[in-house]
Design a protein around this ligand. Structure first.
Ligand code: MSP
Length: 632
C-alpha cells in the first residue's frame, strides 16, 4: 500500500519564507517517518503559478510570466534542497499534465450541471486570490492583508454549485471524524458547513494568465479551482489512467489553517461533482510568526529559511520547528529562542552526548565497545520512548514524537553522570561495569538517532555512522533498528563537534571542545613578551551607552580612547544598566579587528572578568587615569 502525501503548492510571487518552509519541513518529517516504518510513500510538492500576483511580478521584472516561473522554480527547488526536503514529485500548474487535468475536471463538473453562468459583483482580494464578503473585511480592508484594499469587481463569471454539496460534505465530516485534523479546525469547518454554503465563482473574465475553461474559452479558471486539481493532475488524472487508479485518493493533504476551507469544503465538493474519491485526511497546521508578528516581506518580518540553513545546516531549524511548535498549533520564531534551543538541545545535550561517548570509548576501550549485559535501565527508557514515539508520530503529534527521542538523549546523559565512567575506569574490578555502561550509552545514542531520522536526516545519518551502525541510513527501519540490541561489538568513531555552541550574537560561533581528560594537548601555550605587547590595551572613557535592540547581553558603547572616539559592543548588559556606565573608565583592547555583533560594528573590546555562570564585572583602575594611557 502506498501513502500519497501532498503539501499546498506555493504562490511564486516571492521566495519561500519561514512559514511556507514550515509546512514543507513538517510534511517532509511525515514522509520520512512513513518511509522509516516501511510504508512506500509518494510525496508531492509544487508551485501555484496562475495567480494574478505572479503575473504582476513577472511584468514588474520585465519577464514573460513563463520565464519568470521557470526562474522561481529553480529558487524554490534550491531552498527545498537546502532544507533537505525529500519530495518525490514537484508539479507546476503551467505544466501540460495539470492543464489537461483542470480542463477535464471542470468539464466533468459542467456536464454534471454543477457549473453555470452568472454575474459576480463583489470584493476580491488579489493577495488572497479570494472573493470576499463584506463581513470578511476590517475597515474596508482584507483582514489578512491589512495594507490592501480589495477590488470591487463586477464580471460575468461561471459559478460552481457548492451549495448543492453542503449536506454531502457535512455528512462526510460526520462519518469520518479523522477527515480534518486537528479537532479545533474540524469544529470550525463543521460550523461553517452548518451555516450553509453559497455557490462560488470558478472563472475570471478577461484575464490572460490561466487555463481556459474548456466550455467557455474566453474565461480562465479561477486560480483556486485550478490549484486544487494539482493533487489529482500529478498522479495522472488526465494523462495516465492506470497510474491514477492506483494512486488516488491522496492519503494526506498538509495545508495551512488559512486554506483548510478550500481543502475540506470546496475540494471535496469538486471531487464529489466529478465522481472522484475524497482524500483520506487533511491536516491544517498552524501559523509560524517571526518575533510575534505575521511573516510579511513588506513589513520586514520575514525570515529567509536559506539564511538559517546556510548558517547552521537544515537540521537545527527542522528540529526547532518540529519540537517547539505543537503540530496543529501556532508558533513563533525568534533568533534568541532559536539559539537558546540550539545550545540546549543540540550543543549541550545531543551533541555533547555524542562527543563524550566517542571520547570515553576511545580513551577507555580503544573505540571498540562490546555488549556486556541485557541493557538495564537505559534499555527500559528506550523501549518506552519507542512506544511513545510511534504512537505520537502515527497521530501526527510530531512535537511529541521528537520529545520521545530526546527522552532517550536525556536519560543517556543522566546515566553517564550517575555511573561516572571515568571513576569506573580507575578500578580494575569495575571493568565489566564500564563495558556495560559504555555499550549501553552507545546503544541509546543509536536508537535516539534512528528515531530522529525523519526530523534531522543528515545528523541522524552521521550519528549512526559514529556509533557503528552498519545499515545504510536509507535502509534503516523503525521496527528492526529502533529496538534495543544487546549484541554485536561496535566501533565508535570520533569526529568534530556536531553543533558547536553558538553565542547570542549569531555572528560568533565558538568551537566546543569535546570533553576528555586524555585530549589535553601537551603543548606550551605560553606567549612571549613581544606577542603580549602586540595587544594594545588602553584606558578609555565611556561617553554614551545604550542597549543593542533584540539582544539580552549586548550594550553599544561610545568611548573616548584619548586619540579617537569609537563604538564598542560589549556583552555586559545583564550586569550593567547603560546609564551606570556613562562617565566610567574602562580598559579596552584597541587594536582588535572590527567585528559586527547583531548588526553593530564593534571597534575593540572592553575587558571584564566573566565568572563561570555569573555576571561579568568590568576591569577597573584604582586611580583616575586619563583616556589613552597604555595598560600593560
Ligand atoms: N497557492 C496557495 C495554496 C494552493 S494549494 C492547492 C497558497 N499559497 S501560499 O504560498 O500563500 O501558501 C502556501 C502554504 O504555506 C499554505 O499552506 C499556507 O497556509 C502556508 N503558510 C504561509 N505562511 C505561513 C506561515 N506564516 N506559517 C505557516 N504556514 C504558512 O496559499
Amino acid at each position: 500500500m502506498r501513502f500519497y502525501l501532498t503539501t499546498a503548492i506555493d504562490y511564486v510571487n516571492s521566495r519561500p519564507h519561514l512559514g511556507t518552509a514550515y509546512e514543507k519541513i513538517t510534511a517532509d518529517v511525515i514522509a520520512r517517518y512513513k518511509r522509516l516504518v516501511g510504508v512506500e510513500t509518494h510525496f508531492l510538492m509544487g508551485n501555484d503559478e496562475h495567480s494574478q500576483n505572479v503575473y504582476q511580478r513577472a511584468l514588474e521584472r520585465g519577464l514573460d510570466p513563463h520565464a519568470y516561473c521557470d526562474q522561481m522554480e529553480q529558487e524554490f527547488r534550491t531552498v527545498w534542497k537546502q532544507l533537505d526536503i525529500s519530495f518525490d514529485d514537484f508539479i507546476r500548474t503551467t505544466e501540460p499534465r495539470h492543464h489537461a487535468a483542470v480542463q477535464k475536471l471542470a468539464q466533468r463538473c459542467f456536464d454534471k450541471g454543477d457549473i453555470y453562468e452568472g454575474q459576480y459583483e463583489g470584493w476580491y482580494c488579489v493577495s488572497c486570490e479570494a472573493f470576499k464578503q463584506e463581513k470578511d473585511l476590517v475597515d474596508g480592508k482584507c483582514a489578512l492583508h491589512a495594507t490592501l484594499t480589495p477590488e470591487w469587481i463586477r464580471e460575468k463569471n461561471y459559478f460552481f454549485r457548492l451549495s448543492r454539496y453542503r449536506d454531502a460534505v457535512l455528512e462526510h465530516f460526520r462519518a469520518h471524524p479523522g477527515f480534518l485534523r486537528p479537532d479545533s479546525r474540524r469544529n470550525e469547518m463543521m460550523r461553517l458547513l452548518e451555516g450553509g454554503l453559497e455557490d462560488i465563482s470558478v472563472s475570471r473574465a478577461g484575464q490572460l494568465w490561466g487555463i481556459p475553461l474548456p466550455f467557455a474559452t474566453e474565461n480562465v479558471v479561477y486560480v483556486w479551482f485550478d490549484a486544487l486539481i494539482n493533487y489529482a493532475a500529478a498522479v495522472g488524472y488526465a494523462t495516465d489512467a492506470a497510474r491514477f487508479d492506483q494512486s488516488w485518493p491522496a492519503d494526506l493533504h498538509v495545508v495551512g489553517k488559512d486554506i483548510t476551507r478550500f481543502h475540506t469544503i470546496v475540494w471535496p465538493a469538486m471531487l464529489m461533482s466529478a465522481g472522484m474519491a475524497l482524500p483520506a485526511q487533511v491536516f491544517g497546521h498552524g501559523w509560524v510568526n517571526f518575533g510575534g508578528q505575521r511573516m510579511s516581506k513588506s513589513l520586514g518580518t520575514s525570515l529567509d529559511p536559506s539564511d538559517v540553513a546556510q548558517r547552521f545546516g537544515p537540521d537545527p531549524l527542522r528540529l526547532y520547528l518540529v519540537k517547539e511548535i505543537p503540530y496543529g498549533g501556532d508558533g513563533d520564531f525568534t533568533w534568541e529562542r532559536y539559539e537558546e534551543r540550539y545550545n540546549v538541545d543540540l550543543a549541550n545535550n545531543l551533541g555533547n552526548l555524542v562527543s563524550r561517548l566517542a571520547a570515553m570509548a576511545e580513551q577507555f576501550r580503544g573505540s571498540r565497545l562490546s555488549p556486556a549485559g541485557p541493557g538495564g535501565r537505559l534499555a527500559e527508557v528506550t523501549e518506552a520512548a519507542l512506544t511513545r514515539y510511534r504512537a505520537s508520530m502515527d497521530a501526527l503529534a510530531l512535537h511529541d514524537g521528537v520529545a520521545a527521542a530526546f527522552q532517550i538523549v536525556d536519560a543517556a546523559n543522566e546515566y553517564i553522570a550517575e555511573t561516572a565512567p571515568w571513576t569506573l575506569a580507575k578500578r580494575k574490578a569495575d571493568a565489566g561495569r564500564l563495558d556495560e555502561v559504555l555499550f549501553d550509552v552507545a546503544e541509546a545514542v543509536r536508537v535516539a538517532a534512528v528515531l530522529l531520522r525523519p526530523i534531522m536526516p543528515a545528523s541522524s545519518a552521521e550519528i549512526l555512522r559514529r556509533v557503528g551502525e552498519a545499515t545504510a541510513p536509507d535502509r534503516i527501519r523503525l521496527d528492526r533498528d529502533g529496538q534495543w540490541r544487546a549484541e554485536g561489538a561496535r566501533e565508535i568513531a570520533r569526529g568534530t563537534p556536531l553543533w558547536p555552541r553558538v553565542e547570542e550574537t549569531k555572528e560568533i560561533v565558538v568551537e566546543e571542545k569535546p570533553i576528555s581528560a586524555s585530549v589535553i594537548p601537551a603543548v606550551d601555550t605560553r606567549i612571549s613578551i613581544d606577542e603580549f605587547m602586540k595587544v594594545e590595551l588602553l584606558v578609555a572613557k565611556v561617553l554614551e551607552a545604550e542597549a543593542v535592540p533584540k539582544s539580552k547581553k549586548l550594550l553599544k558603547l561610545r568611548v573616548d580612547t584619548g586619540t579617537d572616539k569609537r563604538t564598542i559592543v560589549a556583552g555586559i548588559a545583564e550586569a550593567y544598566q547603560p546609564e551606570q556606565l556613562v562617565g566610567r573608565t574602562v580598559v579596552i583592547v584597541a587594536n582588535l579587528q572590527p567585528a559586527k555583533l547583531m548588526g553593530v560594528e564593534s571597534q575593540g573590546m572592553v575587558l571584564a572578568a566573566s565568572p563561570e555562570g555569573g555576571a561579568p564585572t568590568l576591569v577597573g583602575l584604582d586611580e583616575t587615569i586619563s583616556p589613552g594611557t597604555r595598560v600593560r
